[in-house]
Design a protein. Structure first.
Length: 499
């Protein structure tokens, strides 16, 4: 007789039932882990949102951003201007500085408010209504390939150069200029004399120029300005534009071609953006004062825009520093007759006042490849400058002038240190042995004055004791503070020019 199981006793599970139970338990554990992770993320987010802001004198950490995207930083109160010595006490001398000394000291860099452009969220919106006609400019005569300066036969050649940093046409600037039918002259009128006071003046044009299809003009994140924005630059003395930067593909390959067309239309010499591979392969050489200058330019990125366009836009139109063969590029310029080679690298991190390791690495490589002068940009803040000592193949040495960033020349950025820049002044001299040196380096601090519906760039030292008409106390105090901020970075090893 078969024995019945005792009532209430557990029934033995089959293998299938056991495995099913185990699977269910694993799924339960996974579900619990996921829910716990979500809970942790929610708690962390709440803590981040509710945490107190730093004290006014605290240094706010800079958040690393995607290439070309302004870093997001927390709001910090503006520090009062520090006391500094009398400008007359800053010595005017040209001192050799090696690369280690040039990059070894980091000035204090408190980070200021969040987005460098308050209109960033609306940057792609129209600066003009769709369909509004573009003003037709009066096009100046094109500049010839040779910028000649008479000199006595047989005498050593000498050329005075000036260079400025980032020229940006942000959304606010476009709106202000639109009220005057896109006349940008008033944005540069206070600094016109300083731009013209050289044999050859150079600048970084950051953004595309000229109407692209039916898109409206815009600032950040895709810069595009009307072609008439070039008129005051030409009228006020700028001769040359470097176009290799992270915003050069903001209107894709068509925008690059429009920009190069318009730059040439207004008579500028240029380097760094090309309409064809053949143009990119052609050495860029301009003769100034009888000296043949060769130019190369590179950018570290184009904000991933190359991935949204064609292979042509990524490969043929803009040169990338990571892919460059510096020695081959310099050799090509030398073989084409260049006597002095100038490089324009658009590199490093945004919104910092010291160069990073990649900038130092590329600066050394450019100098060793045979570049004579290195003029950097992209940080939107002035960074140190000095000389690298390079040993030549024959054992001799030479000095390569390097500035890691010239800062902003004009923009509507609002981070501390982004409302100022420098006009760099230098003389290239020929010597009896046929060599050239970069001498008498000096700088003019500049400040971007934003007030009463206008954005104007000005030489701040000129107005220290005599503010321009209409400047309020807030802007005057900020101008003075920015003047000493530049001196803090560049020091007293180079001539400070206040005129």
């Amino acid at each position: 007789m078969q024995q019945r199981p005792t009532p209430g006793a557990p029934r033995r599970m089959t293998r299938q039932q056991y495995e099913a139970l185990q699977r269910q338990r694993r799924q339960n554990r996974i579900a619990i882990a996921i829910m716990a992770g979500i809970a942790v993320l929610i708690v962390a987010a709440v803590i981040l949102i509710l945490r107190p802001k730093p004290a006014p004198d605290a240094v706010t950490a800079m958040v690393e951003a995607d290439p070309g995207t302004p870093a997001q930083v927390e709001q910090a109160a503006e520090e009062p201007a520090q006391e500094a010595s009398d400008p007359a006490a800053v010595q005017a001398q040209n001192t050799t500085v090696d690369l280690a000394a040039l990059t070894g000291t980091e000035p204090s860099t408190p980070q200021q408010p969040a987005d460098p452009e308050p209109q960033a969220a609306e940057a792609a919106q129209a600066a003009e209504p769709a369909g509004e006609p573009t003003p037709v400019p009066q096009i100046p005569q094109a500049v010839p390939e040779v910028f000649s300066t008479p000199r006595p036969d047989g005498s050593p050649r000498s050329v005075r150069l000036r260079v400025v940093g980032d020229i940006m046409f942000c959304q606010t600037q476009l709106v202000f200029a639109k009220d005057s039918n896109y006349d940008f002259h008033n944005q540069f009128e206070l600094v016109a004399d300083q731009l013209a006071n050289a044999d050859f003046t150079m600048a970084n044009m950051e953004g595309t120029i000229g109407k692209y299809n039916k898109s409206n003009y815009s600032g950040y994140p895709q810069f595009n300005a009307p072609e008439v924005a070039l008129a005051p630059l030409k009228d006020d003395g700028i001769d040359f534009l470097t176009l290799a930067n992270n915003h050069m593909l903001d209107r894709w390959s068509g925008g690059v071609k429009n920009t190069v067309d318009n730059v040439e239309k207004y008579g500028f010499a240029h380097v760094g953006a090309y309409r064809t591979q053949q143009e990119k392969d052609t050495p860029v050489i301009y003769e100034v004062g009888g000296i043949k200058f060769g130019f190369i330019a590179y950018t570290h990125s184009t904000n991933t825009m190359e991935k949204r366009g064609t292979d042509e836009s990524a490969v043929a139109l803009v040169p990338y520093i990571q892919k460059a063969d510096f020695k081959a590029d310099v050799q090509k310029l030398r073989q084409a007759g260049a006597e002095v080679v100038i490089a324009f690298p658009h590199w490093g991190k945004e919104y910092v006042r010291t160069p990073d390791d990649s900038q130092k690495k590329y600066a050394k490589q450019l100098a060793e490849a045979g570049v004579d002068i290195i003029l950097g940009s992209h940080s939107h803040m002035v960074q140190p400058m000095g000389y690298q000592t390079v040993t030549n193949a024959d054992g001799s040495s030479r000095q390569v002038f390097t500035i890691f960033s010239l800062g902003n020349f004009i923009s509507d950025h609002v981070l501390q240190y982004t409302d100022n820049g420098v006009i760099l002044d230098m003389t290239v001299n020929e010597h009896e042995d046929g060599s050239f040196t970069c001498d008498n380096v000096g700088y003019i601090p500049t400040y971007t004055w934003k007030q009463d519906g206008a954005v104007r760039v000005m030489p701040s030292g000129k107005y220290l004791d005599n503010r321009p008409a209409g400047m309020d106390d807030e802007n005057y105090n900020r101008m003075v503070a920015s003047y000493y901020e530049i001196i803090e970075v560049l020091g007293d090893k180079f001539q400070l020019i206040n005129g």
